[in-house]
Design a protein around this ligand. Structure first.
Ligand code: SAH
Length: 499
């Protein structure tokens, strides 16, 4: 098999700004060669067994030269590897992707170019600065500020850039800002021309400074805003007053600890990025098979003996279908057994298997399922509760009091994850989320002094039962969702942060 190299733009930082094509290339690569600016959430999209080679800069460390990097990808491609060469922003915009593509073409190594969203446009956009606007400009120049204009070595045509109708966007300009400003003013650009500086645009660490040519150098000094940054010069910067959005969100810039199992963390992590927050994914529990699978298998084989099958979580649904699959069977095994789901996510998990549930209670706790189930069952009905090995007894007990014959089957087990870094991760967070009682238990398992570690944090629980578990462990809870889903939790957190 001949090798191939994908030159992929990772976008400016927000992992949501990677293209679909870039994500597809990443998902199938053997080797990933990546830069300093590529976001870690994007690097994590590469397969676990993929070889990851970091070629970016790191203070005080030997860095590979561009020639060495180019030689490396050519060599890997020749060796038959599927290589993703991941670069921050776009692959060509001040990124030397052109040289890498040339070398690949000359060496006869197959390649594809997957453009990325450049920080030149995206960082201003996330600051609420449109790079063109009918009221303000008719052209847009993307320039490097890397060359020192005071040394006479700059090839930039400052006379052309010094035009109020022509917006200029500088990359790598923080080191030479004073010289650039002086040159533009020398060529007649007015001192009241707006300047916007966007540091780490599109990330939860985004900082924005707005000033004018007259004031910007002093303002940079005063605020300490640094590289990496985009400098926008022109009247478009004024639009930020009206269309600022990303860094105006209530959760913007917050670091949020996500304690739920890794395979369920994607949804909340994505929503946090969208809210401008930084998820710190630190699972405290993991889902695995129960200690003994016999009962879980038997129940699947005999499911038609029951009047109702009750699923309390997506994990239970997944486990049921795993067992069914092992038996070489499919959803028809249910026949006309009625099916109840606690919570919309559980119902959704069944829906993706083609099963429409007969009962989803409007409130997502055991008690609500019970009262609705009681109205629909009679004494003597057989009920299967397919759920976690360790769970509360209220549901089966109440059904039994009602005269139902209840089989509680351990479908899966929740195990604590051992994470020696957890306390450090929690200390770095502003907000800590608990999405089930077991995530609380898993947290305390790793951080016995949880109450102290979390004392100055915002603690958010997905519902009252989880909140109570936290309080029982001495943890103060600040936010409790009133809809017991991830959306509900984030809505409650945003509302709390907005006041
Ligand atoms: N190929 C990249 C640019 C690489 S040059 C792109 O298309 O975005 C490196 C410069 O890009 C930095 O010095 C800085 O000026 C800019 N930059 C990259 N990411 C940035 C970000 N998230 N916010 C602000 N500037 C950024």
């Amino acid at each position: 098999m001949p090798g191939k190299v994908w030159l992929v733009g990772a976008g400016p930082g927000d992992p949501g700004l990677l293209t679909l094509k870039g994500a597809r290339a990443l998902a199938q690569c053997d080797v990933l060669v990546y830069d300093y600016l590529a976001s870690s959430a994007i690097v994590a999209l590469a397969p676990p067994d993929c070889e990851k080679i970091y070629v970016g800069k790191k203070a005080g460390q030997h860095t590979r030269s561009q020639d060495e990097i180019t030689a490396l990808i050519v060599e890997l491609g020749r060796a038959g590897k599927k290589v993703v060469r991941l670069k921050g922003g776009d692959v060509f915009v001040f990124a030397r992707g052109g040289e890498e593509a040339q070398a690949l073409a000359e060496a006869g190594v197959a390649f594809e170019i997957v453009p990325g969203i450049t920080s030149a446009i995206a960082a201003p956009a996330y600051a609420g600065i449109p790079v063109t606007h009918r009221d303000h400009n008719t052209s847009l120049t993307i320039a490097t500020g890397h060359e020192d204009p005071t040394k006479g070595s700059s090839s930039l045509d400052f006379a052309k850039l010094a035009n109020r109708k022509a917006t200029t966007i500088f990359l790598m300009a923080m080191g030479n800002l004073a010289g650039i400003v002086a040159k533009l003013m020398e060529h007649g650009l007015e001192g009241d021309t707006p300047v916007g500086i966007v540091h780490e645009g599109t990330k939860p660490s985004q900082e924005v400074l707005t000033a004018t040519l007259d004031t910007v150098v002093a303002e940079v000094e005063r605020t300490g805003i640094t590289a990496p940054a985009i400098v926008v010069i022109g009247d478009v910067v004024r639009e930020r007053e009206r269309i600022r959005w990303f860094d105006a969100q209530p959760l913007f810039g917050k670091r949020v600890l996500v304690t739920r199992p890794a395979h369920q963390a994607d949804d909340i992590a994505t929503r946090l990025w969208e809210a401008g927050a930084e998820p710190i994914v630190a699972p405290t529990i993991a889902i695995g098979p129960p200690d003994d699978l016999t009962a879980a298998r038997d129940a699947v084989t005999r499911v038609r003996d029951y009047a109702w099958a009750v699923f309390t979580s997506r994990n239970g649904v997944d486990a049921f279908f795993d067992r069914l699959g092992e038996l070489g069977r499919d959803a028809r095994a249910f026949g006309d057994v009625r099916i109840a789901a606690i919570g919309p996510k559980t119902a959704e998990a069944l829906a993706t298997r083609g099963i429409r549930v007969d009962l989803v209670p409007s409130v997502f706790v055991n008690e609500a399922v019970i009262s609705e189930l009681l109205t629909r069952t009679a004494a003597g009905d057989r009920i299967l509760v397919y759920r976690a090995q360790e769970a509360r007894e209220v549901l089966p007990e109440t059904l039994r009091e009602h005269g139902c014959l209840v089989d509680v089957v351990a479908a899966y087990a929740t195990r604590f994850v051992d994470d020696p870094e957890l306390e450090a991760k929690a200390r770095r967070a502003d907000v800590v989320t608990f999405t089930s009682s077991s995530t609380v238990a898993g947290f305390v398992h790793n951080v016995p002094n949880a109450a102290t570690v979390l004392a100055a944090k915002t603690v958010a629980a997905i519902g009252p039962i989880t909140a109570q578990t936290a309080r029982d462990a001495g943890i103060r809870v600040d936010v409790v969702a009133d809809e017991f889903t991830v959306e509900g939790l984030l809505r409650a957190l945003s509302a709390a942060a907005a006041v």
